[in-house]
Design a protein around this ligand. Structure first.
Ligand code: PEP
Length: 249
């Protein structure tokens, strides 16, 4: 198993100057950090400045989304190779806000993650149920469908290079974190589904992050769970103090 990954999703926040200030504070606050791998995902316009400010550090940079075509008449889209060229190593794919507000589907998530891998990026594929789905008792069915729809047909080698993020939609930005037991239950389900797709050995290697109202107070309980291998952090990644505490939990 690789080191746990703590990723910050900055969403639609920060101009370049604020982004550079934040990563400068993260560099000093996280100096010598060895236990967790750290990733920040700034908005597209700050990627270059952040990558430049992180040169020589172990903090990785990622995009928040990408398109699946490499070039062409797709106004407003950003290709995986463009992210790599801007200094990215990772890219988030299928975040629930993309699914909810921008028409992302399991099929488009599948195309994007394949294009990202082809360009040498490591996709972090996000899945998770809405509140209404949890209340109807179809959490596993929903997450299973998202996984099969996006990952079906991937080779074992490509599954091995993925990172998954379980983000219950009802927990994102709401302050209502999943309990460690709720997170563990779905993470174990995801790992079992990965094992069906790529075998037990591969499934054991894939990191599964939890996301949804993670903060310095609740991170430890989540990370103590057997199948939680990191966190995807939104709001609390915008302040160096809280993000550093989460990484160093
Ligand atoms: C996210 O943006 O992926 C997220 C989990 O946000 P928050 O931590 O603010 O709930």
């Amino acid at each position: 198993m690789r080191r746990p990954l703590i990723a910050g999703n900055w969403k639609l926040n920060l101009l370049r100057a604020g982004a550079v200030d934040l990563v400068a504070a993260l560099r000093s606050g996280l100096a010598g950090e060895k236990r967790c791998e750290v990733l920040v995902c700034p908005p597209f316009t700050a990627l270059g400045a952040v990558a430049e400010a992180l040169k020589g550090s172990e903090i990785a940079v990622g995009g928040q989304d990408c398109y699946w075509a490499e070039s062409g008449a797709f106004t407003g889209e950003v290709a995986p190779s463009m992210l790599a060229d801007a200094g990215c190593r990772y890219v988030l794919v299928g975040h629930s806000e993309r699914r909810q507000f921008f028409g992302e589907t399991d099929e488009s998530v599948g195309k994007k993650l394949r294009a990202a891998q082809k360009a040498g990026l490591e996709p972090v594929v996000c899945v998770g149920e809405r509140l209404e789905e949890r209340e109807r008792g179809v959490t596993q069915e929903t997450v299973g469908r998202q996984l099969d729809g996006a990952l079906g047909g991937l080779s074992k080698e490509d599954v091995l290079k993925l990172t998954l993020a379980y983000e219950p939609v009802w927990a994102i930005g709401t302050g209502k974190v999943a309990t460690p037991a709720q997170a563990q239950e779905v993470h174990a389900f995801i790992r079992a589904r990965l094992a069906k797709l790529a075998g037990d050995a591969a499934a054991r290697e894939v990191r599964i992050l939890y996301g949804g109202s993670v903060n310095p107070e609740n991170i430890r309980g989540l990370m103590d769970q057997a199948d939680v291998n990191g966190a995807l952090v939104g709001g609390a990644s915008l302040k160096a103090e809280s993000f550093v505490k989460i990484v160093r939990h």
